[in-house]
Design a protein around this ligand. Structure first.
Ligand code: HEC
Ligand code: HEC
Ligand code: HEC
Ligand code: HEC
Length: 449
């Protein structure tokens, strides 16, 4: 029966192939033939037997290079020495011990097992975006999976991210397999099994490249999307919940750690998202392999293959476009370093006021402001594109972080001296029609004599 299906699948592919050749067009979409791989198959090698071309590109995820990229890349480097402010804002938390640049999808198991943030008390929730075994284990154990000791489930996590994270093995259709995204979509009234291909080309990535938190009681991985996707809406969600990841020992306030909000940043009004571009368009471009057009499964910096990722839409030269990307990224990096510094100064201002016996009630207001400032700068640092995915939102987020940080400093000073800093309520005119017109309407033309 199975062989018969494979045979039919091959026949279908052959026929479609012939049609494609017949059309003589080079813009045919790749077609996935149905190989009917057994349900529950997780290993990439198994899928690779039927889809060797996609598998070959997938194996490139093992390559490590930063070539062509200024702030991204696949080589592991230490973010804490690159951005010293991170060590200060994460004081008292695992991220101040070790925080590295991300690597390819095939390294997830290796990286999560060796990172010093994982200790004997870590929970299984940390496996969630690292292994194709997770959906099956959650189906088996239910919510108890999340709070089970991390080391207890080590033997069950045999696969890194594989084909099964995004594809139904039988039909090869894209599917949302990760329970946290299925839950979040359902809460927002969207059926995770009724998404369009266009939506899936972004949402399969949103299974993991998102902001998340662990619920207080059962430690369930949850996406904080109920108020919306922007950093401010997510901050508001955490504020309503009173959510705390850890207590900062110097600022003495409960802080929130941002994760890797690529999806939220991209989907909150970026020019590419609004133009209908998906994550896969740039990160999984069509590529020719042995005369066949396939989707690249090498998830890496698109700056390594701009011809395939960008030049399909952009007519400017590759070098020109890359300079545009670097222009944005350099400005974001400069501003992030500055805003990070003011965040550290806010923590120090609070600590100094505390040591000087300041008014605790007022100082607690300063602490609340510092917590907000910190989450917003952390958001930008944790997002992996150095602003490229949405430059306008990124600058807005940094600006708001800077504002909260300075407000925190002013409050800390007030707590110490009893004198509030001057405040001026800015009235932001949204429309040019709200401004006073300085030019009078043109005078009636003089009557012609
Ligand atoms: C992170 C998600 C993800 C993973 C993991 C993944 N794919 Fe895909 N795959 C996609 C997306 C997105 C497409 C494009 C689908 C579309 O546009 O219809 C795709 C398309 C395909 C296609 C259709 C033909 C083509 O090239 O577009 C095949 C076959 C395929 N993948 C095989 C694999 C194999 C084999 C693996 C494992 C080695 C794998 N995929 C892992 C997301 C994934
Ligand atoms: C099951 C979870 C999961 C899914 C689904 C997923 N990713 Fe990832 N991705 C990760 C993790 C975890 C890492 C970091 C791995 C490491 O550092 O060990 C990563 C790393 C990356 C990187 C950086 C690689 C490098 O070499 O620096 C890119 C780019 C990327 N993913 C893009 C995507 C895109 C695009 C999609 C959707 C088509 C996607 N990912 C789907 C979990 C996932
Ligand atoms: C318009 C093209 C485009 C789209 C769409 C896009 N990205 Fe990116 N992405 C980039 C560029 C450019 C970079 C910066 C790479 C660099 O700095 O080398 C990047 C960086 C990344 C990185 C870090 C890569 C690294 O080398 O460390 C990840 C992870 C990532 N994107 C995931 C996503 C996800 C998930 C989506 C969809 C929610 C997405 N991207 C949508 C172009 C795109
Ligand atoms: C599917 C089409 C598509 C792809 C693929 C694509 N872009 Fe774009 N890009 C657009 C559109 C549409 C705009 C809006 C402006 C315009 O029409 O040129 C845009 C705008 C931009 C801008 C200006 C952004 C701003 O905020 O002003 C930059 C820079 C850019 N793209 C870089 C890239 C890079 C780098 C890649 C590849 C990694 C890429 N794009 C891939 C369609 C695309």
């Amino acid at each position: 029966m199975k062989n018969y299906r494979v045979f039919m699948g091959l026949m279908a592919l052959l026929i479609i192939g012939l049609i494609a050749v017949g059309c003589g067009s080079n813009v045919q979409q790749p077609v996935a033939f149905r190989a009917d791989i057994a349900p529950g198959t997780l290993s990439a090698e198994e899928f690779g037997k039927f889809y060797p071309k996609q598998y070959d590109t997938y194996m490139k995820n093992a390559e490590m290079s930063n070539e062509g990229s200024k702030y991204g890349g696949s080589e592991e480097y230490d973010k804490l020495t690159q951005w010293p402010f991170l060590k200060e804002i994460f004081a008292g938390y695992g991220f101040a011990i070790e925080y590295n640049e991300d690597r390819g999808h095939v390294y997830t198991l290796e990286d999560v097992k060796k990172i010093k943030r994982i200790n004997e008390k870590s929970i299984s929730a940390c496996w969630t975006c690292k292994s194709a075994n997770v959906p099956g284990v959650v189906a088996e154990m239910g919510d108890a999976y999340y709070s089970t000791n991390f080391h207890e489930l080590k033997d069950k996590m045999t696969e890194p991210i594989t084909c099964a994270n995004c594809h139904d093995p039988q039909t090869m259709k894209l599917v949302i397999t990760q329970p946290p995204l299925r839950d979040a979509l359902t809460r927002l009234g969207k059926n995770p099994d009724k998404l369009t291909t266009q939506e899936l080309r972004t949402l399969v990535c949103a299974q993991c490249h998102v902001e998340y938190y662990f619920t207080d009681d059962k430690k369930i991985v949850t996406f904080p999307w109920d108020n919306g996707l922007t950093p401010e809406e997510i901050l508001e969600y955490y504020e309503e919940l009173g959510f705390v990841d850890w207590e900062h020992p110097v600022a003495k306030v409960g802080e929130i750690k941002a994760q890797h909000p690529e999806f939220e940043t991209f989907a909150s009004g970026s020019v590419h998202y609004e133009a209908g571009v998906s994550c896969a368009d740039c990160h999984m471009p069509y590529t020719m392999v042995g005369g066949e057009k396939i989707s690249s499964h090498w998830w890496t910096s698109p700056l390594k293959h701009m011809n395939e990722s960008c030049m399909t839409c952009h007519r400017e030269g590759e070098e020109w476009l890359k300079e545009r990307v670097f222009y944005t990224q350099d400005k974001v990096a400069d501003m992030m370093a500055r805003v990070g510094t003011v965040n550290v100064e806010a923590i120090q201002a609070i600590a100094e006021a505390d040591a000087a016996g300041a008014n605790q009630e007022v100082l607690n207001e300063a602490r609340k402001l510092q917590r907000k400032a910190q989450f917003l700068v952390d958001w930008v640092g944790a997002e992996n594109s150095m602003g490229f995915h949405n430059p306008q939102l990124t600058f807005d987020t940094l600006n708001k972080s800077m504002d909260y940080a300075y407000q925190a400093i002013a409050k800390a000073q007030e707590a110490r001296t009893g004198t509030a800093a001057p405040q001026w309520n800015v009235n932001i005119p949204k429309l040019n029609s709200e401004a006073v017109r300085l030019m009078q309407a043109p005078a009636e033309p003089a009557p012609v004599a």
